[in-house]
Design a protein around this ligand. Sequence first.
Ligand code: NAD
Length: 422
Amino acid sequence: MAVAVEGELNVYKSAEARFEIAAARLGLEQGLYRYMKYPEREITVYIPVSLDTGQIAVFTGYRVLHSTVRGPGKGGIRFAPDVSLDEVRALAAWMTWKCAVVNIPFGGAKGGVICDPAKLSKAELERVTRRYTASLLDWLGPERDIPAPDIGTNDQIMAWVMDTYSMHVRQATTAVVTGKPLDLGGSQGRKQATGRGLMICCNKAIAKLGMRREGCRVIIQGFGNVGSEAALLMHEAGYQVVAAADVRGGLYNERGLDIPRLYEWVHAERRPLAEFPGGGETLSSKEVLFRPCDILVPAATENQITTENAHRVDCRILCEGANGPTTSHADPIIEGKGIFVIPDILGNAGGVTVSYLEWVQDRQGFFWREREVNEHLEEVMEHSFDEVVRYAETHRVNNRIAAYIVAIDRVARALKLRGFYA
Ligand code: NAD
């Protein structure tokens, strides 16, 4: 991908750049700054797995525990061919800030395995998952570090993680992972949680900007867990989803896409999004980002909006579903266009919020109805949105830096109370 600035696509650098700006604005003491700048621990594991052919392949996996200052580490496991330690590091740091923005008692962590899940059989995927989990036995645990699904992983994989961990510790430990199947201690509402959280933020943003939901044009890049659930909920709520894309291509229809049917097409019939009959104009996964709309929701992957293309973004609200879809170098371009940004660590925090509720339910052994889960989620998201926007307005910083400041300040206060054990 062409970019104007060298190193722009290193997500760890992007995460670091925002941390630096926020820490400086906050006037963070040097000791606290140094403590928070680095992760607590990182591990690389080499995972030998027998393939269906009988051959042994060795996969590389990572787990980064960024912070346990406010509680156990929390963060997904990504299975993708381009996973790197820097990426996992960035994602782990973002988890720390995200959990702090929405004020849930978790730190931040993330894991990944370099593999292409589409090219592995179900049995191979299970063996990769189990061996990766077994390699991390001393790291994981309901009070230590709690994984969840991310790109390329799902509820079945979380079930295998839970089972492997439970076999080793000799007791069923549902709270070691979140995003599990409902029959195994999963929470009602978890599947929709990230998408619902995005919609709650959009509802708040349009009310703030004096916009109406009816006729409000939304574009969503990414049609997996986050993007497709957001599309469905927003469509049901009266927004008009005019474009959507998955990795293979996108569709644009100024009259609005039939999202429930498109959802069926992609998820039940397992067909490529762009081949949806009568859907509209086909265009590339990237081009959907530049069509005019009121709300743009990048919900696919990192580094989609860069210095090369940020000037082409044509929306009033940028609501980030993916982690790190905008590079730090592109931030000033987006700000210069006057776009109202709902940054990733706020916008997509609905997922981890309901993961927290899942962990609470697993530990208490009592499960709530979906309505109760959604009510909790709404309260957390609305309150967090208000806090970030209020901070931004009072201190004249953009919403992203405000979210980082709220988060860093919360971690710093917990750290001061704990003291430095050194
Ligand atoms: P997923 O694997 O379920 O879906 C990813 C979607 O993005 C798929 O539709 C895929 O085809 C599409 N995609 C991938 N690369 C693309 C590209 N270059 N252009 C266009 N589309 C592309 O993953 P997910 O769980 O929906 O996660 C998406 C993003 O949201 C990631 O950045 C993830 O870290 C973040 N996130 C996920 C959750 C969650 O609860 N699942 C929570 C917070 C943040």
